[in-house]
Design a protein around this ligand. Structure first.
Ligand SMILES: Nc1ncnc2c1ncn2[C@@H]1O[C@H](COP(=O)(O)OP(=O)(O)OP(=O)(O)O)[C@@H](O)[C@H]1O
Ligand SMILES: [Mg+2]
Length: 236
């Protein structure tokens, strides 16, 4: 679905991403792991077309992506940020926002999305009054309601308690199996990567150190750095 070739991203003198080749397959859940500062969020922002790579190319279904990407392409993917940004209005208005922009307002879908993330009844609450975990779930509802082909998630469960983590993980699995949504999920949590992703990418210092089927990477990592990360020996 997505292919990156020789993607480099630098901020000033500092190179934060250097990916020779990375392919993301359609219909899978792919986990992106790696220590803090590895470039995980930067990678998602570049795939989403929010940032221009310093050099290199991205292909979507084999077609080279321009910068900024065409609107029609942007609308096939949605990103949920590490720090969810909600507007100071009702939960309902927050969730319907993207549909409105696209001229596809649909009350039923909004209510379904809110129910899907387990927050039915909170439609009229001001979004800024939500707890961190609730806000993260509303940000997810806002993304899901758009029915994207590709969902980019940057640590969507970082602020949640275990019960809510399970709710979100099940929801992502359901979305993937029922709607065939391709999901790229950044997670610090190796157990989460193990639980929900079919493939994993391990990044460090801007490089993709390893990518492969989750079972294989966890049972027989080919890089010593991946092995150290999995064993919890790597500080992050
Ligand atoms: N706008 C920016 N200007 C300068 N440096 C940046 C900018 N955005 C990111 N960086 C740097 O790029 C590197 C990679 O950042 P990124 O946010 O992608 O890491 P990450 O893997 O998502 O880390 P974390 O797990 O802490 O979220 C970091 O060293 C960060 O300081
Ligand atoms: Mg990050």
């Amino acid at each position: 679905m997505i292919e990156l070739k020789n993607i480099v991203k630098s901020y000033g003198e500092k190179e934060v991403l250097n990916i020779e080749s990375l392919k993301i397959s359609r219909g899978k859940i792919c986990g992106i792991m790696g220590p803090s500062g590895a470039g995980k969020s930067t990678l998602l922002r570049i795939i989403n077309g929010l940032e221009k790579p310093t050099s290199g190319s991205i292909y979507f279904d084999g077609k080279k992506v321009s910068f900024p990407p065409e609107l029609s392409l942007r609308r096939r993917m949605t990103m949920v940020f590490q720090k969810p940004v909600l507007f100071s209005t009702t939960v309902y208005n927050n969730v319907i926002y993207g549909l409105k922009v696209r001229g596809r307002e649909n009350r039923q879908k909004v209510l379904q999305a809110i129910e899907f993330v387990g927050l039915k009844g909170m439609e009229k609450r001001n979004a800024l009054s939500l707890s961190g975990g609730e806000a993260q779930r509303i940000a997810l509802a806002r993304a899901i309601v758009l029915e994207p082909e590709l969902l980019l998630l940057d640590e969507p469960t970082a602020n949640l308690d275990p019960a809510n983590v399970e709710i979100i993980e099940n929801l992502l699995l359901e979305l993937n199996s029922k709607k065939n949504t391709t999901i790229l999920i950044v997670t610090h949590n190796i157990f989460q990567a193990k639980r929900i992703s079919e493939e994993v990418v391990f990044m460090k210092n801007g490089f993709v150190i390893e990518k492969g089927p989750t079972n294989k990477v966890f049972s027989r990592p080919s890089a010593s750095q991946t092995a150290a990360f999995i064993k919890g020996e790597m500080i992050f």
